[in-house]
Design a protein around this ligand. Sequence first.
Ligand code: PMV
Length: 333
Amino acid sequence: MVSNQAICRAHTNIALIKYWGKRDVDKFLPMNSSLSLTLDGLYTDTRVIFDDHLTRDHFILNGAEQQDSEVDKISRFLDLFRERAGVKTYARVDSTNHVPTAAGLASSASAFAALAGAARQALNIDMSDQELSTYARRGSGSATRSIFGGFVEWQMGTNSANSMAVKVDDGLWDIGMVIIALNKQQKKISSRKGMRHTVESSPFYESWKQVATDDLEKIKLAIEKRDINKIGQIAEANAMRMHATTLAADPPFTYFEPDSLRAMEAVRAIRKQGIPAYYTMDAGPNVKVLCRLSDAEAIRQQLLTIFDDSQLLVTGTGPGIQILSTWEENNDD
Ligand code: PMV
């Protein structure tokens, strides 16, 4: 092999039933199954070039050569693909996060899903999307779900080969999200550290596993019926249940910031007007509002009385990973 390259685009996803806790840290096996909506507004483009002339892996993110610790993560991830393909060739990885203005939303989900898709293609590995999701999982749990578009379940499985993503519904109906980006800083406690600390010390954790399992079954029925209010109610409650586990950890911690609470209050006020709008939060202060896509602009207008235009992003349902034929000009190179 002299040079084998591919470019892949993957969209980020927001969990409606959260993944929170690993039962196997090395293999990224989760404690509970989760479910998300893939979004069209936020995505990562990644180009991988396997080249015999390289003496080590390189990782360029948004045009900047990354330091060793970041390259190491990418190398360990690519090793899984090299092993599968039976090659030892190093690669150059170029990645661009397309995150409109509001930063702080760059996502490991789209990053590792795009890298997995590009590596499979560049090495000509014969592997289904479902199996690919088990590889994406090894980079970041949430990346498992970004292989597919629409509503996607990550089934916890019983082993590394069957802890994978399954498409639940293409989500191509009147559903979307308004993202309220509150803080552009790097997260204080990474999801990896936060979930580990919670598993190890929160007395609420056992209950979490049970309610997450129940919530998942309920939301799948609501998705089947396209019942936006039910979907929203279950998602909102599930998010708060996840965050409750962190408040009970020892020592306790939270991802809530004053503005997160203000955003949630604003969403409840919008809901009182009869507009379906429900919030969710992940391992950071940003608030994501699940709503009808046809209501999203009106919701954004109301939120503009509190938040800045640059903090608000409307997005619909996104597709699964796509192989691109050319590296776009706006991808820094
Ligand atoms: O896989 P990570 O490190 O992106 O963790 C994701 C954790 C949550 O965003 C809080 C929940 C989820 O299911 O995406």
